[in-house]
Design a protein around this ligand. Sequence first.
Ligand code: SF4
Length: 211
Amino acid sequence: MNIQEIYDKLYDRYGPQHWWPAESTFQMMVGAILVQNTSWRNVDKALIQVNPYLTPESIENLPTDQLAQLIRSSGFFNIKAKRIKAYLTWFKTYDYDVNKVKEIDQQQLRRELLEVNGIGRETADVMLLYAFDKPVFVVDAYARRIFYRMGFEMPSSYDAFRSLVEKELPDNLAIYNEYHALLVEHAKVHCKAKPVCNGCPLLAICERRLD
Ligand code: SF4
């Protein structure tokens, strides 16, 4: 059993996932902050409200309390409004130009993102991967759950988990893009909180560690 084999089996079953689900890179960035500690369903509702303002310049001109009301359905809306504003302050140092940010070295960019108030490791890596085309493995609760059940002894530290996976995979943006999306899909279809192992594409190679 290896990490590439899991990817192959998930890809064979679910196919390309076309992530991140967003109409623009900026919507993707805002969505990555809104999804912290909530479900995508709640993010969708918030995005519908905030959609008329979804350019960096419009959000910049929107008072923070008004932004908070628009994203209310995503929960923790006052905190998230401040986080979006903090993120914009950083993004503005690159003239809101995604291509300028893409030119930054991956490690340097990660450090900069982590310095933004409210951007933790998972959100930073989601931005690196889906906004700025950097090949990075996103460690989320679904990845932890699936790898644990499969029988892997993964480190509890975010960065150690990520490094371990990245050592096993080729330096290929498309694979990282799909892998995170495939794990999310798999956690929704089969490896749910209460797993549906019958028909699971990983059944033959899974230890089914369900404690
Ligand atoms: S066999 Fe069961 S526990 Fe293992 S990955 Fe599939 S759904 Fe999860």
